[in-house]
Ligand binder design. Structure first.
Ligand SMILES: NC(=O)C1=CN([C@@H]2O[C@H](COP(=O)(O)OP(=O)(O)OC[C@H]3O[C@@H](n4cnc5c(N)ncnc54)[C@H](O)[C@@H]3O)[C@@H](O)[C@H]2O)C=CC1
Ligand SMILES: CC(C)CC(=O)C(=O)O
Ligand SMILES: [Mg+2]
Length: 361
């Protein structure tokens, strides 16, 4: 099997290197192939998703990705045209491989209960998945761009767009996901204001008739944000659009202690998925060996589970992550009094040691 490794930018390569150690341990016969994406793609090949990188992604059995982003030749990415932005490499990859379902589990490891931004009694037992639609919404909808009105005023446009079939496929994925868990699905939209979200709610409700064993509820995005921090343990699976999912999952990350704890899996119609931490390139801490690699390592667990059907090995990686937390290892983002502060590499080594000692028992 071939696994594409795309470290990307900032802390991406740092955390990916730790995930690769774990991957090699769990799948010693896998062939790993590296390719640049994002700013690294621009610097190596002149564009954020080089042709060779896309070709590798298409023939690989799975992709492990770090994160992409950063200023390009000193220019702020937020001011560059879409085609020149590092992040476009990732958007294009998700689109080209039709990876429409982005699973973002937010699980509170009991050892980190004191690292969460919320009180222990509010987050105890937290175990939810945000299922973010990944191929539509304002991130892809046309028309888009910055143009000039007839009265010579500049206008910025993006279009929130979802077809019925796009909503149907993510809804089916969400119901199936909930069916394998606690059978509760909350669909998050803004149907009280946006027509596209009226369609979203209607289609999700209709698809729900095929899953009578799953309890379906609906929340508007503003209220959902409130509920996520008021009583997060009420949620099992949350399904939502691309932009709301992007935002809600960063908020959910803080419930678990740090965004450095949140892995993700992006899947399409087959098992060939893209696995990446939810966080970005963290320029404020890049190059210092202090980023938390657990989100990247836990993304390897998701790869073992979803692309290769290796549930046991996935659980071993998750248990190893839990073991190092129980042993008191902490990167700076989850540091707590009395714990042992470690860097990125040391945390990766600790997980590897935990895996080795578990397999020798
Ligand atoms: N999937 C991706 O590749 C993503 C890329 N980005 C890009 O990343 C760049 C920075 O974006 P931000 O909004 O600052 O988001 P970010 O997720 O990179 O960082 C937000 C905060 O979380 C911290 N953080 C992130 N990951 C961490 C880790 N593993 N360990 C410890 N602390 C961690 C950072 O230090 C920062 O304080 C931008 O270029 C953005 O476009 C942002 C989000 C996702
Ligand atoms: C390129 C962005 C959409 C990345 C991001 O924020 C994410 O995937 O969470
Ligand atoms: Mg995001």
């Amino acid at each position: 099997m071939t696994i594409a490794v795309m470290g990307g930018d900032g802390i991406g390569p740092e955390v990916t290197a730790q995930a690769v150690k774990v991957l090699r341990h769990m799948l010693p016969n896998a062939e790993l192939e590296w390719a640049p994406i994002g700013l690294a793609g621009i610097e190596a090949r002149g564009k954020p998703l080089p042709d060779e990188t896309l070709a590798l992604a298409k023939r690989a059995d799975a992709i492990l990705l770090g994160s992409v982003g950063g200023s390009v030749r000193g220019l702020d990415e937020a001011r560059l045209p879409r085609a020149e932005r590092p992040g476009t490499g990732l958007l294009d990859l998700r689109e080209a491989l039709v990876l429409f379902a982005n699973y973002r589990p937010a699980v509170l490891y009991p050892e980190l209960i004191g690292a969460s931004s919320l009180r222990p009694e509010v987050i105890e037992g937290l175990d939810l998945i945000i299922l973010r639609e990944l191929n539509g919404d304002a991130y892809f909808g046309e028309p888009r761009g910055i143009t000039t009105t007839p009265s010579n005023e500049r206008v910025g446009i993006n279009t929130i767009r979802y077809t019925e079939s796009e909503i149907e496929r993510i809804a089916h994925a969400a119901f199936r996901c909930a069916r394998g868990r606690r059978k509760k699905l909350c669909s998050v939209d803004k149907a009280n204001v946006l027509e596209v979200m009226q369609l979203w709610r209607e289609v999700v409700t209709r698809v729900g008739r095929d899953y009578p064993d799953v309890e379906l509820s609906h929340l508007f995005i503003d209220a959902a944000s409130m509920e996520l921090v008021r009583k997060p343990t009420q949620f099992d699976v949350i399904v939502t659009g691309n932009m709301f999912g992007d935002i809600l999952s960063d908020a959910a990350a803080m419930l678990t202690g740090s965004i450095g704890m949140l892995p993700s899996a992006s899947l399409g119609h087959d098992h060939r998925g893209l696995y990446e931490p939810v966080h970005g390139t963290a320029p404020d801490i890049a190059g210092k060996d202090i980023a938390n690699p657990l989100a990247a390592i836990l993304s390897v667990a998701m790869m073992l589970r979803h692309s290769f059907g290796l549930e046991d090995r996935a659980a071993q990686v998750e248990a190893a992550a839990r073991a190092v937390l129980a042993q008191g290892y902490r990167t700076a983002d989850i540091q707590q009094p009395g714990c042992r502060l470690v860097g990125t590499r040391e945390m990766g080594d600790a997980v590897l040691d935990a895996l080795r000692s578990a397999s020798s028992h």
